[in-house]
Design a protein around this ligand. Structure first.
Ligand SMILES: C[S@@+](CC[C@H](N)C(=O)[O-])C[C@H]1O[C@@H](n2cnc3c(N)ncnc32)[C@H](O)[C@@H]1O
Length: 256
């Protein structure tokens, strides 16, 4: 897939350790290997190092490997794939596609991803303004992240697929039983995307015992981290382990 210059939209060519366009705009690869195309005036920063570290520690234990294995089944070697909001590349690095790009706004996430995984080009950029050509991707994937609807429709080729992973109704319910007096289930509905047709919906779930040292890392990965009091959070430290439901929905959409 061609990468476009964020200044003038011309195609960037790789030139040893940098990417340049015909108008002389040049972008150096970071020493870890990712390419920073995020212009200085863009204020958003993505997940912070603490969140990334917690997620990496949790995912490396393999708790979500059954989800990763399921996603791999829907991807081919020949697919031109972009992982929109790839984080530290836990899923991206395992995808079998020869031509793949991971995009995220978190520098700490991309440092980890690009250091470990040389089979993917990682771009520091917003997923709402991707430096890629119209209709240049066979597949796009978004896993627990914001959905850049217009960009997804723009980037996909005709018949291309968008794969969306989101939490199912009972995802992490037992964790919420510990921290909330009134735990609630997740509201789940099909997200409509104008220009795409929902084509397949899969439910992937597993009940797993999460060990003491991993419970807080899991909690740090969730949106509850911003809405839980210090006292309620402390309850997690009293646990030795906890049996938790991991339940995901994989929605696959088609363009055209
Ligand atoms: C919950 S994490 C999921 C990361 C990865 N998909 C995974 O499941 O391991 C959400 C990710 O979205 C990224 N993000 C949020 N807003 C973004 C934006 N506008 N552009 C690019 N990345 C963004 C964050 O930096 C973070 O890495």
């Amino acid at each position: 897939m061609n990468i476009l210059c964020p200044v003038c939209n011309k195609i960037l060519s790789k030139n040893d350790k940098s990417y340049c366009c015909e108008n002389g705009h040049s972008f150096d690869l970071a020493k870890e290997g990712y390419l920073n195309l995020n212009l200085k005036n863009s204020q958003k920063t993505g997940d912070n190092p603490q969140m990334i570290k917690a997620r990496q520690a949790f995912l490396e234990k393999g708790y979500y490997s059954f989800l990763r294995d399921e996603l791999i089944k829907h991807l081919d070697e020949d697919d031109r794939l972009v992982d929109l909001a790839c984080g530290e590349g836990y899923y991206t690095s395992a995808f079998p596609c020869r031509d793949k790009i991971g995009i995220d706004l978190s520098k700490s996430g991309l440092k980890i991803a690009s250091k470990k995984d040389k089979s993917t080009l990682y771009l520091l950029n917003s997923i709402f303004h991707n430096p890629l050509e119209d209709e240049s991707c066979d597949k796009l994937i978004t896993i627990f992240a914001p959905i850049a609807k217009q960009e997804i429709v723009r980037l996909l080729k005709k018949d291309g697929q968008f794969i969306l992973v989101k939490p199912d109704v009972f995802h992490l319910y037992e964790l919420k039983e510990v921290i909330y007096r009134k735990p609630y289930v997740n509201e789940v509905s099909l997200i409509e995307i104008e220009g795409l047709t929902p084509y397949k919906e899969l439910s992937v779930r597993k009940k797993v015992t999460v060990e003491k040292e991993d419970i807080m890392n899991l909690f740090m990965m969730t949106p509850y981290v911003n809405t839980t009091s210090a006292d309620d959070k402390e309850k997690l430290n009293d646990l030795n382990n906890l049996e938790i439901t991991f339940a995901f929905i994989i929605d696959i959409y088609k363009k055209g």
